[in-house]
Design a binder for this molecule. Structure first.
Ligand code: GDP
Length: 396
């Protein structure tokens, strides 16, 4: 069996096991390293060649599409990551990195359960970091922190032990202030970013390494070793010892919730219907046999396949060749194909159950923000998305 076929089979298996799924977004202030990190995660997980990561921007790179004849949809990429002997399906939803991102970040946040907040160690928490973190928390999306560009603190700013530590502590404290203010009541403590439990990682997306406390314990690598490696031009060794995808995807698996865990607390806050109803309980339990409930988060046009609607399946199972109903616009359409992602590629699977990110072909006239169910079924819509475009509170 080819590697590709094996991977497709693995994804088809994992999509039925919500416990092994993580739906995440990477959010950051512009230039803090979101694109570099996304590329290197995909390359590290073997989903794109490493030559394409880094210098060449993968997520907005469409020449590769022509070269390989595949469909690239920047709205979503997926990877399989082995962690502690188990395979996980990690769906990474793209969030726009521009200042006037309007509602797109919010929409992406609606599809995910967790977020990696990338903060440049040199600049620290910037207004847009606050906005995106706030947006995540408002959608009950759990954050973890990645402090990036640590190589620059060492090589350009020449920071030493305590100075380095203080810089990190300040960033973490600012993030935690927001988390404490905005996380759901029951998670205000649990969701705090903590160095000691590994929900904060440090590294260099550009040089492809990262470290957190669990990884320090496992490898014996200390901050001193990191300082030396940066100074002595040995970051390549660090990338071999503590590759960024291993550390960050491990952090994602350990700290960000799977859909079956997060839907229990997220659905009551993002869906307008009666939680005790059949469809309400279906979503609470990530039940593939309950009435269909999909929230469309992105619509793009594919040269070959036409309109592709990407969305999060919260309840039921969406199937190919069925009539679907748009709850808001009262429109209907027939799904030509439904599938999930493998790297940047869509793979058709005929069915996609609750807990996953689906790509729907043929969902004509679908709009981001729409609630989709099966034709003839009645469900309440997901709540309208409110945008946060200005930070309301400034974190010192
Ligand atoms: P985005 O706007 O958040 O997507 O940021 P990019 O990934 O495009 O990165 C912005 C710039 O910072 C690029 O020139 C990257 O090469 C650079 N960069 C990203 N991560 C690091 C890092 O860890 N160390 C250094 N020195 N540069 C980095």
């Amino acid at each position: 069996m080819s590697r590709r076929t094996k991977m497709i089979n693995k994804i088809k298996e994992l999509m039925y096991q919500p416990k092994y799924i993580r739906n995440i977004g990477i959010v950051a202030h512009i230039d803090h390293g979101k694109t570099t990190l996304s590329d290197n995660l995909l390359a590290g997980a073997g989903m794109i060649s490493s030559e394409l990561a880094g210098d060449q921007r993968f997520l907005d790179f469409d020449e590769q599409e022509q070269a390989r004849g595949i469909t690239i949809d920047a709205a979503n990429v997926s990877m399989v990551h082995k962690y502690k002997d188990e395979d996980y399906l990690i769906n990474l939803i793209d969030t726009p990195g521009h200042v006037d991102f309007g509602g797109d970040v919010t929409r992406a946040m609606r599809a995910v359960d967790g977020a990696v907040v990338v903060v440049c160690a040199v600049e620290g928490i910037m207004p847009q970091t606050e906005t995106v973190l706030r947006q995540a928390l408002k959608e009950n999306v759990r954050p973890v922190l990645f402090i990036n560009k640590v190589d620059r603190l060492i090589n350009e700013l020449k920071l030493e032990g305590d100075e380095l530590q203080n810089r990190f502590l300040k960033i973490i404290a600012s993030a935690n202030k927001l988390i404490k203010n905005m996380a759901p009541e029951e998670f205000k403590k649990e969701w705090l970013a903590r160095v000691e439990d590994g929900s904060v990682a440090f590294g260099s997306a550009y040089h492809n390494w990262a470290i957190n406390v669990p990884m320090m314990q496992k490898t014996g690598i200390t901050f001193n070793d990191i300082r030396e490696a940066c100074r002595d031009d040995k970051q390549k060794d660090l990338a071999d010892q503590v590759p960024i995808h291993d550390v960050l995807l491990g952090m994602v698996v350990d700290h960000l919730p799977s859909p079956d865990v997060s839907q229990r607390y997220r659905v009551p806050s993002i869906w307008n219907g009666d939680i005790e109803s059949v469809e309400g309980q279906g979503m609470i339990n990530t039940d593939p046999d309950s009435p269909l409930a999909v929230m469309i988060t992105n619509v793009s046009i594919d040269k070959h396949a036409g309109e592709i609607a990407t969305g999060r399946v919260y309840g039921g199972t969406i199937e190919k060749g069925t009539e679907i109903f748009f709850v808001g616009s009262h429109g209907k359409a027939r799904t030509q194909q439904v599938g999930v992602y493998m790297g940047p590629e869509r793979i058709n699977t005929d069915k996609v159950p609750a807990g996953n990110i689906v790509a729907i072909t043929g969902a004509r006239n679908a709009m981001a923000g729409e609630t989709v169910t099966n034709y003839g079924t009645k469900i309440a819509p997901f709540e309208g998305i409110e945008h946060i475009s200005e930070p309301v509170v400034t974190v010192a």
